[in-house]
Design a protein around this ligand. Structure first.
Ligand code: ADP
Ligand code: 5GP
Length: 206
C-alpha cells in the first residue's frame, strides 16, 4: 500500500511572504505539490488562471460549495477562497506531499479533517516590516492594503493553533526551517508503520 503523502498548511498575515517561501520550497522538493485554490478575487497583474489561482465568478464558486467540491472555503478580505478537494485527495493518496497556502479559517477546517496535517504559521519580523512588504509588493489597492494590515494583529493571535511558527526574516532561513520541519515530520513513527513492518518482515541475516 502506498504511504499517504503529507499535507502541509501554511498560513500567516497577507504580505508576510507565504507565496515567496512556497515557491522556493516547491523548487527544492519535487515530491511537494501546490494546491491551486479557487477564488473570486480579480487576478493581479501577472497572475495566471490555473497557476496562481482558479479565478471564478461568485456564482461558480457557490456552485463548487454546493456540490461539495471544496475541502474548505472561507471569505477573506472580502473575497471567497477555497481548496479544490479532488486534487488534494488524489495527490495524498498517491503518496505525494501537498502544500496549501490558506487563511486561518480554512486551516482550522482542514485541521478537523486532517489532524495528521502539518500546520505552519509564518510571521513577519515586525508589523512595520509587514506593512513595508505589502506596500512594496504593489499589487493591492490602498483599501485592500488597509484591510489586510488591520487584520494582521488579530490574525497573529491564532498562531497558537498551529504546530510550528516560522519567522520570515530572510527567505532562505525560513525555507531552511520549514525543510527541517518536513524532514522531522517524515521521520515520525506514525507516518512510518509500513517501513517498520517491512524491516521486521525481512528477518535476520543469520
Ligand atoms: P504573502 O504570500 O504572504 O501575501 P508574498 O510572498 O507575496 O506574501 O510577499 C510579500 C512581499 O514581500 C513580496 O514583494 C515579496 O517579494 C516580499 N518578501 C517576501 N519575503 C521577504 C523577506 N524575507 N524579506 C523581504 N521581502 C520579502
Ligand atoms: P491573496 O488575495 O493575497 O492571494 O490571499 C489572501 C488570503 O487568502 C491569504 O491569507 C491566503 O492564504 C488566503 N487563501 C488563499 N487561498 C485560499 C484557500 O483556498 N482557502 C482559504 N481559506 N484561504 C485562502
Amino acid at each position: 500500500m502506498t504511504q499517504q503523502g503529507v499535507l502541509i498548511v501554511l498560513s500567516g498575515p497577507s504580505g508576510t511572504g507565504k507565496g515567496t517561501i512556497c515557491k522556493q520550497l516547491l523548487r527544492s522538493y519535487p515530491n511537494l505539490h501546490y494546491s491551486v485554490s479557487a477564488t473570486t478575487r480579480a487576478p493581479r497583474e501577472g497572475e495566471i488562471d490555473g497557476v496562481n489561482y482558479w479565478f471564478v465568478s461568485k456564482d461558480d464558486f457557490m456552485m463548487m460549495v454546493e456540490s461539495d467540491e471544496l475541502l474548505e472555503w472561507a471569505e477573506v478580505y472580502g473575497n471567497f477562497y477555497g481548496t479544490p478537494r479532488r486534487y488534494v485527495q488524489q495527490q495524498l493518496d498517491s503518496g505525494k506531499d501537498v502544500v496549501l497556502e490558506i487563511d486561518i479559517q480554512g486551516a482550522m477546517q482542514i485541521k478537523s479533517k486532517f489532524p495528521q496535517g502539518v500546520f505552519i504559521y509564518i510571521i513577519p519580523p515586525s508589523l512595520d516590516e509587514l506593512a513595508n512588504r505589502i506596500y512594496r509588493r504593489g499589487t493591492d489597492s490602498p483599501d485592500s492594503i488597509r484591510q489586510r494590515l488591520s487584520c494582521a494583529s488579530s490574525e497573529l493571535a491564532y498562531a497558537c493553533q498551529y504546530h510550528y511558527v516560522v519567522v520570515n526574516d530572510s527567505v532562505e532561513a525560513a525555507v531552511k526551517k520549514i525543510e527541517a520541519i518536513l524532514t522531522a515530520e517524515k521521520c515520525k513513527v506514525d507516518r512510518n508503520s509500513d517501513l517498520i513492518d517491512t524491516v521486521c518482515q525481512c528477518g535476520t541475516t543469520e
